[in-house]
Ligand binder design. Structure first.
Ligand SMILES: *[C@@H]1O[C@H](CO)[C@@H](O)[C@H](O)[C@H]1NC(C)=O
Length: 372
């Protein structure tokens, strides 16, 4: 999408300097921020520990016993749900949901609907865990899906529509990344999918074997290992191992070095960081041929796996275009095989979705008009 203006700053810095500046920031955070944040930082420093604040902050535990119990039971609930939903190899499909995306006829209904109308995607639903950011989303979730998890949001309200790059939106995105890190720490591989991604075919045949971290793109340069691909954090397939956990720790803590940016921009900035090479993390970018979106559509309906309503500002426009996209898909499915093979079907989207907030991106005409 865009590269943070400070993107190049860390490039080429020796690792100890990075570490040192990170340490300074962490120190500053510990001094400056209230307890709730401090507590989270404590958790983030202890991979493998289950919400291990008893050990990291003994002085406060006595007075906060009840909350400690709540967190323990939240943690237990998460483990139970992951276990139930996971495939044989400990893989789950995850999405996140807030109230704005949860109302009937809204994004989450379209998301679930796409699994039902996709080619053999129906069975994948039993591996999907919906992570609710607020109570309303949770209540709606349990009406439509068996695996819902209410993520404790520590007093933050994530229920409204979050306009792109408002501070609430940023908080939500970073909370999501922190959660995904926790899932990796619990030993589960995941496919994370934003709920505004329609699933039309099973993605597994198009994943790379033996890669730690695979991510979809707003813009794909034609080479899966080229770091110039512009990643989109809305769809990723991540294997749980030491490298991926360390990488998520690094990614999450990098938010302090890029204040005001969301996880995706920070990824596009840190993907060049020598620290990642040091970790040994293997990264591949998924082609928009199979994993497309409004930024760069999957043109061939015979091949498409997923389509993301990215490059889109505003919930109303997003839903309108998602509905048109689902119609296009159903029309394609209703064609006889010989007409399908002719590859004449094309998406009519984006129509309502535009990237019109002056956000500097790949919204040059060439990319937006490539859908037609
Ligand atoms: C793909 O990108 C990688 C990394 O930039 C490069 O080493 C490789 O040669 C590229 N492959 C092709 C076929 O261009």
């Amino acid at each position: 999408m865009m590269s943070a203006p400070s993107a190049g700053r860390s490039r080429g810095l020796p690792r100890h300097a990075l570490r040192r500046s990170a340490a300074v920031l962490v120190l500053a955070t510990l001094v400056a921020l209230p307890f709730s944040v401090l507590y989270r930082a404590g958790v983030s420093r202890s991979p493998g520990a289950s919400w291990g604040w008893e050990t990291s902050l003994p002085a406060v535990v006595a007075s906060e016993d009840e909350e400690g119990d709540d967190l323990d039971s939240e943690d237990l609930k998460l483990e139970q749900i992951l276990k139930k939903a996971s495939m044989g190899d400990n893989t789950v499909i995850l999405t996140t949901l807030n109230a704005a995306w949860a109302s009937p006829g809204s994004v989450i209904d379209l998301f679930i609907d796409s699994f039902h109308s996709g080619v053999r995607t129906n069975l994948l639903l039993k591996h999907l865990v919906i992570v609710a950011f607020d109570w309303e989303a949770y209540e709606q979730c349990i009406k439509i899906h068996p695996y819902c998890f209410a993520l404790g949001t520590e007093g933050l309200d994530f229920s409204e529509e979050k306009r792109f790059l408002t501070s609430g939106y940023l908080e939500m995105m970073w909370r999501r990344l922190d959660f995904l890190r926790l899932v990796l720490e619990k030993g589960y591989n995941f496919i994370f999918s934003d709920a505004d991604i329609m699933w039309f075919r099973n993605p597994f045949p198009h994943f790379y074997p033996d890669v730690d971290f695979q991510i979809a793109c707003d813009h794909y340069v034609g080479n899966a290992t080229d770091l110039r691909n512009i990643a989109n954090g809305g769809f990723s397939y991540v294997k749980s191992n030491e490298r991926s956990i360390e990488f998520y720790n690094f990614w999450y803590s990098s938010r302090l070095r890029y204040p005001g940016y969301h996880d995706q921009d920070v990824f596009n900035a840190i993907k060049h960081d020598p620290y990642i090479v040091g970790i040994g993390l293997t990264i591949k970018f998924l082609s928009t041929k199979y994993f497309g979106g409004f930024c760069e559509p999957s043109r061939d309906l015979n091949e498409v796996c997923t389509m993301h309503a990215n490059c889109c500002i505003g919930l109303r426009s997003k839903i309108l275009d998602l509905r048109i996209m689902m119609e296009d898909w159903r029309n394609y499915l209703s064609l006889p095989p010989n007409l399908k093979r002719l590859r004449t079907s094309a998406w009519r989207v984006p129509q309502n979705c535009r990237y019109d907030d002056g956000y500097p991106t790949l919204t040059s005409d060439s990319i937006l008009s490539s859908s037609h």
